[in-house]
Design a protein around this ligand. Structure first.
Ligand SMILES: *Cc1c(COP(=O)(O)O)cnc(C)c1O
Length: 370
């Protein structure tokens, strides 16, 4: 078998044509594709405003800046995610307060949020990890009771829903990424969603150097960022989005081959599926039993031409956070630590062929003695 990477973007001839047409037009930034993408996604998600930004981290950073979250404030984040979720809290000078996850969906354990709230808490950033919604309605009840902002980190969950409602449309702000590891890509890229008109305007101003135009005059009303996305990237994202349903449908088929083929593997805990929450399969994430070394398994799979990797990180044990806060992660975040130490993500992208998935299943079963 040839090498099967963990992820491969799906770039079609139409995508390439969409990008080159913008390049030929000479309008490289802030052209019509940004607006078209924003309107298309707003209609898809059922959100009033969508604002394209440079990437998913810029999107979270901009969200916190627009909410005026700063030094002296605390923001609740799951202990298990991509570190960007907590990094942006540090970047605005606030303090991330970590809450453990549950192992069923690898998302924040909503029952543990209230005990983490203090008078300094301003916001919660729940993550919809691996393409499935967290228990967002329950979380919204808590945030409303305590008057906290919610910034949904939906970086890897475009199209995920709870009871038919899209992630990114529950909280005050939703944040998405268009990195090649996500379901559709613009290379680097991201976007923010909100239903709040004032927040949307502020986000647009902050995205563009803190500038607004009034009667054709430039007014710099904030010390802003340049977090704009180029128009050729928006053209790519828009072209990719046309295939969104096909991409997720194919990933669902792949997930079923994995789930059936690995169902009787006693060494692997497979990802759960839920009645009221669809899985968009950004990642196929499993947990290996303690009797197997996850890192040895990654090495052995690589030797068999299969690319796998960790799913996400236990953030408070990463160098920066450990040096700064020195938290007893095994005691405080046992599930995040277990997912971090034993988690393994298998190849998942729509161009994977059935034979490749079956080869992976067979190899994994052989290597784990099943
Ligand atoms: C990918 C990802 C990000 C970062 O997005 P970028 O576009 O790479 O900056 C943030 N949070 C989560 C949960 C992610 O999966």
């Amino acid at each position: 078998m040839h090498f099967i990477p963990l992820m491969q973007p799906d770039i079609s001839e139409d995508d390439i044509a969409a990008v080159t047409s913008v390049l030929r037009s000479g309008m490289l930034v802030q052209g019509k594709n940004s607006e078209a993408f924003e309107q298309t996604i707003a209609a898809f998600l059922g959100c009033r405003h969508v604002v394209t930004v440079a990437n998913g981290t810029a999107s979270l950073h901009l969200a916190l800046a627009a909410l005026n979250i700063r030094h002296g404030h605390e923001v609740i984040v799951p202990a298990f995610s991509y570190p960007a979720t907590a990094n942006v809290v540090e970047l605005v000078g606030a303090t991330p307060v970590f809450v453990d996850i549950q192992l069923s969906d690898f998302n924040i354990d909503v029952s543990k949020i209230e005990q983490a709230i203090t008078p300094k808490t301003k916001a919660i950033i729940p993550v919809h990890e691996f393409g499935v919604a967290c228990e967002i309605s329950k979380l919204m009840e808590i945030s409303e009771k305590h008057n906290l902002f919610v910034v949904e980190d939906a970086a890897c969950a475009l199209g995920a829903k709870e009871n038919g409602k899209h992630v990114g449309s529950f909280g005050g702000i939703g944040s998405f990424s268009l990195h090649p590891r996500k379901s559709i890509t613009s290379g680097e890229g991201g976007f923010i969603t909100t239903n709040d008109n004032a927040l949307a305007s502020k986000i647009r101003v902050l995205r563009n150097h803190g500038m607004k135009t009034e009667n054709g005059k430039m007014i710099f009303e904030e010390a802003g960022f340049n977090y704009r996305l180029t128009d050729f990237q928006c053209a790519l994202a828009l072209s990719q989005f046309k295939r969104y349903n096909d991409i997720v449908k194919r990933k669902q088929e792949i997930a079923e081959i994995y789930l059936n083929g690995l169902a009787s593997n006693t060494k692997l805990q497979l990802p759960a599926t839920f009645n009221n929450r669809n899985h968009t399969w950004q990642t196929f994430h499993t947990i290996v039993s303690d009797s197997i070394s996850r890192d040895v398994m990654i090495d052995k799979l690589r030797k068999k031409n299969i690319g796998t990797n960790y799913g996400a990180q236990c953030i408070p044990i990463q160098d920066f956070y450990f040096k700064k806060y020195n938290l007893d992660c095994a005691k405080l975040f046992p599930n995040a630590m277990h997912a971090y130490m034993n988690g393994i993500a298998f190849p998942m992208y729509n161009r994977l062929k059935d034979e490749e998935v079956k080869y992976i299943v067979q190899t994994v079963n052989e290597l784990t003695g099943n």
